[in-house]
Design a protein around this ligand. Structure first.
Ligand code: NAP
Length: 485
Protein backbone atom coordinates (compact mmCIF):
# COMPACT_ATOMS: atom_id res chain seq x y z
CA UNK A 1 0.00 0.00 0.00
CA UNK A 2 1.31 3.46 -0.85
CA UNK A 3 1.59 6.27 1.63
CA UNK A 4 -1.38 8.11 0.15
CA UNK A 5 -3.77 5.19 -0.14
CA UNK A 6 -6.21 6.81 2.25
CA UNK A 7 -7.85 9.14 -0.29
CA UNK A 8 -10.90 6.87 -0.53
CA UNK A 9 -11.55 7.52 3.19
CA UNK A 10 -11.83 11.29 3.08
CA UNK A 11 -14.79 13.18 1.58
CA UNK A 12 -14.26 14.22 -2.06
CA UNK A 13 -15.11 17.85 -1.24
CA UNK A 14 -15.02 19.81 2.02
CA UNK A 15 -18.08 18.76 3.97
CA UNK A 16 -19.52 17.96 7.37
CA UNK A 17 -21.16 14.62 8.17
CA UNK A 18 -24.65 15.34 9.44
CA UNK A 19 -27.44 12.76 9.57
CA UNK A 20 -25.91 10.39 7.00
CA UNK A 21 -25.41 13.24 4.54
CA UNK A 22 -22.30 15.13 3.48
CA UNK A 23 -23.26 18.76 3.96
CA UNK A 24 -21.14 21.15 1.91
CA UNK A 25 -19.04 23.77 3.62
CA UNK A 26 -18.60 27.41 2.66
CA UNK A 27 -15.74 28.73 4.73
CA UNK A 28 -12.65 26.51 4.33
CA UNK A 29 -9.54 25.56 6.26
CA UNK A 30 -6.33 23.92 4.98
CA UNK A 31 -5.15 20.65 6.51
CA UNK A 32 -1.35 20.48 6.45
CA UNK A 33 1.04 17.53 6.40
CA UNK A 34 3.41 18.56 9.23
CA UNK A 35 6.35 16.66 7.75
CA UNK A 36 6.50 18.86 4.62
CA UNK A 37 3.94 21.69 5.13
CA UNK A 38 1.97 20.64 2.04
CA UNK A 39 -1.81 21.12 1.97
CA UNK A 40 -3.40 17.65 2.03
CA UNK A 41 -7.04 18.70 1.89
CA UNK A 42 -9.48 21.40 2.82
CA UNK A 43 -12.26 21.06 5.35
CA UNK A 44 -15.18 23.23 6.38
CA UNK A 45 -15.13 25.76 9.17
CA UNK A 46 -18.52 25.54 10.80
CA UNK A 47 -20.16 28.19 12.94
CA UNK A 48 -23.10 28.54 15.34
CA UNK A 49 -25.71 27.91 12.62
CA UNK A 50 -24.00 24.61 11.74
CA UNK A 51 -23.98 23.71 15.44
CA UNK A 52 -27.71 24.32 15.58
CA UNK A 53 -28.34 22.20 12.49
CA UNK A 54 -26.29 19.22 13.66
CA UNK A 55 -27.65 19.28 17.21
CA UNK A 56 -31.22 19.12 15.91
CA UNK A 57 -30.38 16.17 13.66
CA UNK A 58 -28.66 14.29 16.49
CA UNK A 59 -31.55 15.00 18.85
CA UNK A 60 -34.14 13.70 16.39
CA UNK A 61 -32.22 10.44 15.96
CA UNK A 62 -31.63 9.75 19.65
CA UNK A 63 -34.94 8.31 20.85
CA UNK A 64 -35.08 5.77 18.05
CA UNK A 65 -31.43 4.80 18.63
CA UNK A 66 -32.01 4.31 22.38
CA UNK A 67 -35.08 2.20 21.61
CA UNK A 68 -33.03 -0.22 19.50
CA UNK A 69 -31.74 -2.01 22.58
CA UNK A 70 -28.25 -2.57 23.92
CA UNK A 71 -27.38 -5.56 21.81
CA UNK A 72 -28.38 -4.03 18.50
CA UNK A 73 -26.31 -0.95 19.31
CA UNK A 74 -23.37 -3.09 20.37
CA UNK A 75 -23.52 -5.04 17.13
CA UNK A 76 -23.15 -1.82 15.16
CA UNK A 77 -19.90 -1.16 17.06
CA UNK A 78 -18.65 -4.65 16.25
CA UNK A 79 -19.49 -4.13 12.58
CA UNK A 80 -17.64 -0.81 12.66
CA UNK A 81 -14.66 -2.56 14.27
CA UNK A 82 -14.50 -5.07 11.40
CA UNK A 83 -14.59 -2.26 8.84
CA UNK A 84 -11.88 -0.34 10.70
CA UNK A 85 -9.77 -3.48 10.78
CA UNK A 86 -10.07 -3.83 7.00
CA UNK A 87 -8.97 -0.21 6.60
CA UNK A 88 -6.27 -0.40 9.29
CA UNK A 89 -3.31 0.44 7.09
CA UNK A 90 -5.12 3.25 5.26
CA UNK A 91 -6.17 4.78 8.58
CA UNK A 92 -2.61 4.48 9.89
CA UNK A 93 -1.26 6.24 6.78
CA UNK A 94 -3.84 9.00 7.19
CA UNK A 95 -2.82 9.45 10.84
CA UNK A 96 0.83 9.76 9.82
CA UNK A 97 0.02 12.24 7.08
CA UNK A 98 -2.17 14.63 9.02
CA UNK A 99 -0.62 14.32 12.48
CA UNK A 100 3.01 13.35 11.85
CA UNK A 101 3.38 10.40 14.20
CA UNK A 102 5.64 7.57 12.99
CA UNK A 103 3.89 4.76 11.13
CA UNK A 104 4.60 2.17 13.82
CA UNK A 105 2.85 4.34 16.41
CA UNK A 106 0.00 5.03 14.02
CA UNK A 107 -0.60 1.29 13.65
CA UNK A 108 -0.68 1.00 17.45
CA UNK A 109 -3.27 3.77 17.55
CA UNK A 110 -5.49 1.87 15.13
CA UNK A 111 -5.25 -1.15 17.44
CA UNK A 112 -6.21 1.04 20.41
CA UNK A 113 -9.25 2.22 18.49
CA UNK A 114 -10.24 -1.35 17.65
CA UNK A 115 -9.93 -2.38 21.28
CA UNK A 116 -12.22 0.45 22.33
CA UNK A 117 -14.87 -0.47 19.77
CA UNK A 118 -14.76 -4.15 20.68
CA UNK A 119 -14.66 -3.63 24.43
CA UNK A 120 -17.70 -1.36 24.49
CA UNK A 121 -19.31 -3.52 21.84
CA UNK A 122 -19.27 -6.18 24.55
CA UNK A 123 -21.11 -3.86 26.94
CA UNK A 124 -24.30 -4.37 25.02
CA UNK A 125 -24.37 -7.92 26.32
CA UNK A 126 -24.02 -7.14 29.99
CA UNK A 127 -26.84 -6.72 32.49
CA UNK A 128 -27.31 -3.25 33.87
CA UNK A 129 -29.06 -1.71 36.85
CA UNK A 130 -29.82 -2.92 40.35
CA UNK A 131 -32.80 -3.86 42.45
CA UNK A 132 -33.17 -2.25 45.86
CA UNK A 133 -34.74 -3.72 48.98
CA UNK A 134 -37.05 -0.90 50.12
CA UNK A 135 -38.39 -0.42 53.61
CA UNK A 136 -41.72 -2.26 54.18
CA UNK A 137 -43.45 -5.26 52.60
CA UNK A 138 -44.68 -5.06 49.01
CA UNK A 139 -42.09 -2.53 47.98
CA UNK A 140 -39.04 -2.75 45.83
CA UNK A 141 -36.83 -0.39 43.90
CA UNK A 142 -35.03 -0.55 40.59
CA UNK A 143 -32.19 1.61 39.35
CA UNK A 144 -31.73 1.87 35.59
CA UNK A 145 -28.99 3.27 33.42
CA UNK A 146 -30.37 5.71 30.87
CA UNK A 147 -28.64 7.62 28.09
CA UNK A 148 -28.26 11.39 28.41
CA UNK A 149 -29.39 12.27 24.89
CA UNK A 150 -26.93 14.04 22.58
CA UNK A 151 -23.26 13.89 23.57
CA UNK A 152 -20.92 16.59 22.28
CA UNK A 153 -17.38 15.22 21.99
CA UNK A 154 -14.50 17.65 21.46
CA UNK A 155 -11.21 15.96 20.71
CA UNK A 156 -7.53 16.96 20.32
CA UNK A 157 -5.01 16.33 17.57
CA UNK A 158 -2.52 14.04 19.28
CA UNK A 159 -4.59 10.81 19.02
CA UNK A 160 -7.19 11.70 16.40
CA UNK A 161 -8.45 8.14 15.97
CA UNK A 162 -8.21 6.75 19.50
CA UNK A 163 -9.92 9.85 20.94
CA UNK A 164 -12.72 9.51 18.39
CA UNK A 165 -13.44 5.89 19.35
CA UNK A 166 -12.85 6.51 23.07
CA UNK A 167 -15.82 8.89 23.05
CA UNK A 168 -17.98 7.29 20.37
CA UNK A 169 -18.02 3.68 21.59
CA UNK A 170 -19.35 4.12 25.15
CA UNK A 171 -21.64 6.99 24.12
CA UNK A 172 -23.34 4.92 21.42
CA UNK A 173 -23.67 1.67 23.28
CA UNK A 174 -25.30 3.59 26.14
CA UNK A 175 -27.98 4.86 23.72
CA UNK A 176 -26.77 8.41 23.13
CA UNK A 177 -26.22 10.00 19.76
CA UNK A 178 -23.02 11.94 19.26
CA UNK A 179 -21.66 15.08 17.60
CA UNK A 180 -17.88 15.01 17.28
CA UNK A 181 -15.73 18.05 16.70
CA UNK A 182 -12.12 17.13 15.94
CA UNK A 183 -9.15 19.46 16.22
CA UNK A 184 -8.61 21.78 13.27
CA UNK A 185 -5.17 20.20 12.81
CA UNK A 186 -6.49 16.66 12.37
CA UNK A 187 -10.08 16.67 11.08
CA UNK A 188 -9.53 14.10 8.30
CA UNK A 189 -9.35 11.06 10.57
CA UNK A 190 -12.73 11.94 12.10
CA UNK A 191 -14.23 12.48 8.64
CA UNK A 192 -12.77 9.14 7.55
CA UNK A 193 -14.36 7.47 10.56
CA UNK A 194 -17.68 9.08 9.64
CA UNK A 195 -17.39 7.37 6.24
CA UNK A 196 -16.76 4.06 7.97
CA UNK A 197 -19.74 4.61 10.29
CA UNK A 198 -21.80 5.15 7.14
CA UNK A 199 -20.49 1.86 5.73
CA UNK A 200 -21.38 0.15 9.01
CA UNK A 201 -24.94 1.45 8.42
CA UNK A 202 -25.11 3.14 11.79
CA UNK A 203 -28.48 4.89 11.49
CA UNK A 204 -28.65 8.46 10.23
CA UNK A 205 -28.04 11.13 12.86
CA UNK A 206 -26.45 8.78 15.41
CA UNK A 207 -22.88 9.79 14.51
CA UNK A 208 -22.18 13.30 13.25
CA UNK A 209 -18.83 14.96 12.55
CA UNK A 210 -18.50 18.71 12.11
CA UNK A 211 -15.28 20.66 11.66
CA UNK A 212 -14.32 24.14 12.71
CA UNK A 213 -12.60 26.25 15.31
CA UNK A 214 -12.97 25.36 18.99
CA UNK A 215 -13.66 28.94 19.98
CA UNK A 216 -16.47 29.21 17.39
CA UNK A 217 -18.02 25.86 16.51
CA UNK A 218 -16.86 24.06 19.68
CA UNK A 219 -18.20 26.82 21.88
CA UNK A 220 -21.53 26.88 20.03
CA UNK A 221 -21.92 23.10 20.50
CA UNK A 222 -21.07 23.34 24.18
CA UNK A 223 -23.65 26.09 24.75
CA UNK A 224 -26.38 24.59 22.57
CA UNK A 225 -29.67 23.93 24.41
CA UNK A 226 -29.90 20.36 23.03
CA UNK A 227 -26.47 19.34 24.37
CA UNK A 228 -26.97 16.90 27.24
CA UNK A 229 -23.39 15.86 28.00
CA UNK A 230 -19.99 17.23 27.00
CA UNK A 231 -16.88 15.10 26.84
CA UNK A 232 -13.65 16.84 25.94
CA UNK A 233 -9.99 15.86 25.75
CA UNK A 234 -7.50 18.66 25.36
CA UNK A 235 -5.68 21.40 27.20
CA UNK A 236 -6.52 22.61 30.68
CA UNK A 237 -7.06 26.11 29.25
CA UNK A 238 -9.78 24.94 26.82
CA UNK A 239 -11.23 22.61 29.48
CA UNK A 240 -11.75 25.56 31.80
CA UNK A 241 -13.50 27.55 29.07
CA UNK A 242 -15.80 24.62 28.34
CA UNK A 243 -16.58 24.05 32.01
CA UNK A 244 -17.48 27.73 32.44
CA UNK A 245 -19.71 27.69 29.36
CA UNK A 246 -21.42 24.45 30.47
CA UNK A 247 -22.13 25.94 33.89
CA UNK A 248 -24.72 28.23 32.28
CA UNK A 249 -27.07 25.29 31.71
CA UNK A 250 -25.57 22.90 34.30
CA UNK A 251 -24.67 20.37 31.64
CA UNK A 252 -22.45 17.49 32.84
CA UNK A 253 -18.87 17.70 31.61
CA UNK A 254 -16.10 15.11 31.45
CA UNK A 255 -12.64 16.57 30.90
CA UNK A 256 -9.33 14.84 30.16
CA UNK A 257 -6.70 17.53 30.24
CA UNK A 258 -2.99 18.18 30.50
CA UNK A 259 -0.34 16.41 32.53
CA UNK A 260 3.14 16.78 33.98
CA UNK A 261 4.07 13.19 34.84
CA UNK A 262 7.06 12.62 37.13
CA UNK A 263 9.22 9.57 36.30
CA UNK A 264 10.91 8.40 39.51
CA UNK A 265 13.94 6.11 39.36
CA UNK A 266 14.77 4.81 42.83
CA UNK A 267 17.92 3.09 44.22
CA UNK A 268 16.42 -0.36 43.64
CA UNK A 269 15.33 0.24 40.01
CA UNK A 270 16.40 -1.95 37.11
CA UNK A 271 18.45 0.88 35.58
CA UNK A 272 18.65 -0.40 32.03
CA UNK A 273 14.89 -0.83 31.87
CA UNK A 274 14.23 2.51 33.59
CA UNK A 275 16.48 4.40 31.16
CA UNK A 276 14.93 2.79 28.09
CA UNK A 277 11.41 3.41 29.36
CA UNK A 278 12.12 6.98 30.51
CA UNK A 279 13.13 7.79 26.96
CA UNK A 280 10.25 5.95 25.31
CA UNK A 281 7.71 7.56 27.65
CA UNK A 282 9.06 10.98 26.72
CA UNK A 283 9.63 10.63 22.97
CA UNK A 284 6.36 8.90 22.00
CA UNK A 285 4.49 10.92 19.37
CA UNK A 286 7.31 13.51 19.39
CA UNK A 287 6.61 14.11 23.09
CA UNK A 288 2.98 15.03 22.42
CA UNK A 289 1.15 12.74 24.83
CA UNK A 290 -0.69 13.77 28.00
CA UNK A 291 0.94 10.94 29.99
CA UNK A 292 4.46 11.64 28.70
CA UNK A 293 7.38 11.50 31.13
CA UNK A 294 7.82 15.24 31.66
CA UNK A 295 10.41 15.24 34.47
CA UNK A 296 12.76 12.42 35.40
CA UNK A 297 13.88 12.22 39.04
CA UNK A 298 16.80 9.84 39.65
CA UNK A 299 18.28 8.75 42.99
CA UNK A 300 21.87 10.01 43.34
CA UNK A 301 23.18 6.48 44.01
CA UNK A 302 22.14 5.35 40.50
CA UNK A 303 22.34 8.68 38.67
CA UNK A 304 25.59 8.02 36.76
CA UNK A 305 24.54 4.54 35.66
CA UNK A 306 21.14 5.87 34.60
CA UNK A 307 22.64 8.74 32.58
CA UNK A 308 25.06 6.40 30.83
CA UNK A 309 22.20 4.10 29.77
CA UNK A 310 19.90 7.01 28.85
CA UNK A 311 22.45 8.67 26.57
CA UNK A 312 23.28 5.34 24.96
CA UNK A 313 19.62 4.73 24.11
CA UNK A 314 19.19 8.33 22.96
CA UNK A 315 21.58 7.60 20.09
CA UNK A 316 18.86 5.32 18.65
CA UNK A 317 16.32 8.14 18.28
CA UNK A 318 15.97 8.22 14.50
CA UNK A 319 14.32 11.45 13.35
CA UNK A 320 12.81 11.64 9.90
CA UNK A 321 10.01 10.78 7.50
CA UNK A 322 7.20 9.44 9.70
CA UNK A 323 6.16 7.01 6.95
CA UNK A 324 9.54 5.30 7.26
CA UNK A 325 9.43 2.05 9.28
CA UNK A 326 12.60 2.96 11.20
CA UNK A 327 11.56 6.46 12.27
CA UNK A 328 11.19 7.04 16.01
CA UNK A 329 10.53 10.80 16.01
CA UNK A 330 8.45 12.61 13.42
CA UNK A 331 7.64 16.32 13.17
CA UNK A 332 5.66 18.44 15.62
CA UNK A 333 2.03 18.84 14.62
CA UNK A 334 2.11 22.52 13.67
CA UNK A 335 4.29 25.63 13.64
CA UNK A 336 3.00 27.12 16.88
CA UNK A 337 3.56 23.82 18.74
CA UNK A 338 7.10 23.74 17.33
CA UNK A 339 7.76 27.33 18.40
CA UNK A 340 6.34 26.70 21.89
CA UNK A 341 8.65 23.76 22.28
CA UNK A 342 11.72 25.72 21.16
CA UNK A 343 10.78 28.49 23.57
CA UNK A 344 10.52 26.01 26.49
CA UNK A 345 13.97 24.59 25.75
CA UNK A 346 15.55 28.05 25.34
CA UNK A 347 14.03 29.18 28.65
CA UNK A 348 15.30 26.04 30.43
CA UNK A 349 18.80 26.76 29.15
CA UNK A 350 18.57 30.39 30.26
CA UNK A 351 17.55 29.10 33.71
CA UNK A 352 20.76 27.06 33.99
CA UNK A 353 19.96 23.66 32.44
CA UNK A 354 22.79 21.92 30.58
CA UNK A 355 22.26 20.05 27.30
CA UNK A 356 23.47 16.46 27.79
CA UNK A 357 22.09 15.30 24.42
CA UNK A 358 20.69 16.96 21.32
CA UNK A 359 19.51 14.93 18.34
CA UNK A 360 20.36 15.71 14.76
CA UNK A 361 17.92 18.30 13.42
CA UNK A 362 15.96 17.50 10.26
CA UNK A 363 16.31 20.29 7.73
CA UNK A 364 13.94 21.56 5.04
CA UNK A 365 10.21 22.17 5.27
CA UNK A 366 8.15 20.58 8.05
CA UNK A 367 7.76 21.33 11.74
CA UNK A 368 10.94 19.57 12.86
CA UNK A 369 12.63 19.76 16.24
CA UNK A 370 15.50 17.84 17.83
CA UNK A 371 15.06 15.70 20.93
CA UNK A 372 16.93 17.11 23.91
CA UNK A 373 18.08 15.73 27.28
CA UNK A 374 18.75 18.32 29.98
CA UNK A 375 20.68 17.99 33.25
CA UNK A 376 21.50 20.39 36.09
CA UNK A 377 17.90 21.55 36.04
CA UNK A 378 16.95 23.71 38.99
CA UNK A 379 13.96 22.21 40.86
CA UNK A 380 12.16 25.55 40.46
CA UNK A 381 12.75 25.81 36.68
CA UNK A 382 9.72 26.43 34.45
CA UNK A 383 10.45 23.28 32.45
CA UNK A 384 9.62 21.20 35.54
CA UNK A 385 6.33 23.03 36.09
CA UNK A 386 4.65 23.75 32.74
CA UNK A 387 3.36 21.00 30.45
CA UNK A 388 5.80 20.71 27.52
CA UNK A 389 4.40 18.92 24.48
CA UNK A 390 7.71 17.99 22.86
CA UNK A 391 10.78 15.74 23.04
CA UNK A 392 12.68 17.30 25.95
CA UNK A 393 13.69 15.17 28.91
CA UNK A 394 14.93 17.05 31.98
CA UNK A 395 16.76 14.90 34.57
CA UNK A 396 17.04 15.87 38.24
CA UNK A 397 18.94 13.96 40.96
CA UNK A 398 17.38 13.39 44.41
CA UNK A 399 18.54 11.80 47.66
CA UNK A 400 15.45 11.75 49.87
CA UNK A 401 12.28 10.01 48.70
CA UNK A 402 10.17 12.53 50.62
CA UNK A 403 11.69 15.32 48.52
CA UNK A 404 10.78 13.58 45.29
CA UNK A 405 7.22 13.04 46.51
CA UNK A 406 6.95 16.72 47.41
CA UNK A 407 8.37 17.85 44.04
CA UNK A 408 6.07 15.50 42.15
CA UNK A 409 2.99 16.67 44.01
CA UNK A 410 3.87 20.36 43.77
CA UNK A 411 2.42 20.31 40.24
CA UNK A 412 -1.02 21.68 39.44
CA UNK A 413 -1.49 18.59 37.26
CA UNK A 414 -2.19 15.04 38.45
CA UNK A 415 -2.74 12.76 35.47
CA UNK A 416 -0.03 10.10 35.65
CA UNK A 417 3.27 9.17 37.32
CA UNK A 418 5.94 6.51 36.84
CA UNK A 419 7.81 4.58 39.55
CA UNK A 420 10.81 2.38 38.85
CA UNK A 421 11.81 0.24 41.85
CA UNK A 422 12.15 -3.38 42.95
CA UNK A 423 11.74 -2.65 46.67
CA UNK A 424 8.06 -3.14 47.49
CA UNK A 425 7.81 -0.77 50.48
CA UNK A 426 9.32 2.04 48.35
CA UNK A 427 6.97 1.25 45.47
CA UNK A 428 3.96 1.34 47.75
CA UNK A 429 5.07 4.47 49.59
CA UNK A 430 5.32 6.27 46.25
CA UNK A 431 2.10 4.78 44.87
CA UNK A 432 0.24 5.80 48.05
CA UNK A 433 1.67 9.33 48.10
CA UNK A 434 1.63 10.47 44.47
CA UNK A 435 -1.30 12.72 43.65
CA UNK A 436 -2.26 11.38 40.26
CA UNK A 437 -4.99 9.35 38.63
CA UNK A 438 -2.57 6.74 37.25
CA UNK A 439 0.71 5.31 38.56
CA UNK A 440 2.74 3.13 36.19
CA UNK A 441 5.09 0.85 38.14
CA UNK A 442 8.06 -0.56 36.22
CA UNK A 443 6.19 -0.06 32.97
CA UNK A 444 4.98 2.71 30.71
CA UNK A 445 1.67 3.37 28.95
CA UNK A 446 -0.49 3.44 27.11
CA UNK A 447 -3.32 3.05 29.56
CA UNK A 448 -5.51 -0.02 29.07
CA UNK A 449 -9.16 -0.15 28.13
CA UNK A 450 -10.39 -1.71 31.38
CA UNK A 451 -8.60 0.88 33.53
CA UNK A 452 -10.00 4.34 34.25
CA UNK A 453 -8.17 7.20 32.54
CA UNK A 454 -8.87 10.17 34.75
CA UNK A 455 -6.78 13.12 35.86
CA UNK A 456 -6.66 14.56 39.35
CA UNK A 457 -6.38 18.27 40.11
CA UNK A 458 -6.23 20.43 36.96
CA UNK A 459 -5.73 17.34 34.78
CA UNK A 460 -9.42 16.69 34.53
CA UNK A 461 -12.87 15.90 35.76
CA UNK A 462 -14.50 12.49 35.31
CA UNK A 463 -12.72 10.20 32.88
CA UNK A 464 -12.91 7.53 30.21
CA UNK A 465 -12.38 3.78 29.75
CA UNK A 466 -13.55 0.72 31.62
CA UNK A 467 -16.75 0.32 33.59
CA UNK A 468 -16.23 3.65 35.35
CA UNK A 469 -15.70 5.42 32.03
CA UNK A 470 -18.96 3.94 30.73
CA UNK A 471 -20.76 5.51 33.68
CA UNK A 472 -19.83 8.93 32.26
CA UNK A 473 -22.27 8.29 29.41
CA UNK A 474 -25.30 7.17 31.44
CA UNK A 475 -27.46 8.72 34.08
CA UNK A 476 -29.47 6.83 36.65
CA UNK A 477 -33.20 6.62 37.11
CA UNK A 478 -34.57 5.01 40.27
CA UNK A 479 -38.07 3.48 40.20
CA UNK A 480 -39.88 3.05 43.51
CA UNK A 481 -42.54 0.33 43.30
CA UNK A 482 -45.34 -0.46 45.71
CA UNK A 483 -47.19 -3.62 44.76
CA UNK A 484 -49.32 -4.03 47.87
CA UNK A 485 -52.95 -4.62 46.81
P1 NAP B 1 -6.76 22.10 22.82
O1 NAP B 1 -6.14 23.26 22.19
O2 NAP B 1 -7.34 22.28 24.17
O3 NAP B 1 -7.89 21.57 21.82
C1 NAP B 1 -8.66 20.43 22.09
C2 NAP B 1 -9.99 20.57 21.40
O4 NAP B 1 -10.77 21.57 22.07
C3 NAP B 1 -9.86 21.02 19.95
O5 NAP B 1 -10.84 20.37 19.18
C4 NAP B 1 -10.13 22.52 20.06
O6 NAP B 1 -10.53 23.10 18.84
C5 NAP B 1 -11.22 22.52 21.11
N1 NAP B 1 -11.44 23.79 21.79
C6 NAP B 1 -10.53 24.72 22.12
N2 NAP B 1 -11.13 25.73 22.78
C7 NAP B 1 -12.45 25.44 22.86
C8 NAP B 1 -13.58 26.09 23.42
N3 NAP B 1 -13.49 27.28 24.03
N4 NAP B 1 -14.79 25.50 23.33
C9 NAP B 1 -14.91 24.31 22.73
N5 NAP B 1 -13.87 23.64 22.16
C10 NAP B 1 -12.66 24.20 22.25
O7 NAP B 1 -5.77 20.86 22.95
P2 NAP B 1 -4.82 20.26 21.83
O8 NAP B 1 -3.70 21.23 21.63
O9 NAP B 1 -5.63 19.83 20.66
O10 NAP B 1 -4.28 18.94 22.56
C11 NAP B 1 -3.21 18.95 23.44
C12 NAP B 1 -3.69 18.98 24.88
O11 NAP B 1 -4.56 17.89 25.09
C13 NAP B 1 -2.55 18.79 25.86
O12 NAP B 1 -2.70 19.66 26.95
C14 NAP B 1 -2.71 17.35 26.30
O13 NAP B 1 -2.16 17.06 27.56
C15 NAP B 1 -4.18 17.19 26.26
N6 NAP B 1 -4.56 15.78 26.15
C16 NAP B 1 -5.05 15.14 27.25
C17 NAP B 1 -5.36 13.80 27.19
C18 NAP B 1 -5.92 13.08 28.40
O14 NAP B 1 -6.40 11.97 28.23
N7 NAP B 1 -5.87 13.66 29.58
C19 NAP B 1 -5.19 13.09 25.99
C20 NAP B 1 -4.70 13.77 24.88
C21 NAP B 1 -4.39 15.12 24.97
P3 NAP B 1 -9.46 23.65 17.76
O15 NAP B 1 -8.09 23.41 18.29
O16 NAP B 1 -9.76 22.90 16.54
O17 NAP B 1 -9.73 25.12 17.60
Amino acid sequence: MSQTDFQHLIPPRPSHYIGDEWAGAESLHDVIDPSNERVIAQVGQGDASLADEVMNVAKRAQKHWAAQGHRVRADFLQTLASIVENEAEALARLLVTEQGKPIREARDEVQMALTMLRYYGGFGYRQTGQTLALEGAGRTGITREEPYGVVVAIIPWNFPLAMFTRKLAPALVAGNTIVIKPSEDTPLTSLAMARLCQQAKIPAGVVNVVTGRGSVLGDALVRHPLTSLITMTGSTRAGQQILKAAAERIVPVSLELGGKAPFIVTESADIERAAKDALAARMLNCGQVCICNERTYVHTSVYDAFMEALLRHADDLTIGDPHDETTVIGPKVNASERDNFLDHVARAKSQGAQVAFSGKAQTGSGYWVSPVILTDVDTGADILKEEVFGPVLPVVAYTDVDDVIAWSNASEYGLSAYVYAQHLPTIMKLADSLESGEVYINRIGPEEINGFHAGWKRSGLGGDDGERGYQTYVRTKTLYLDYTP
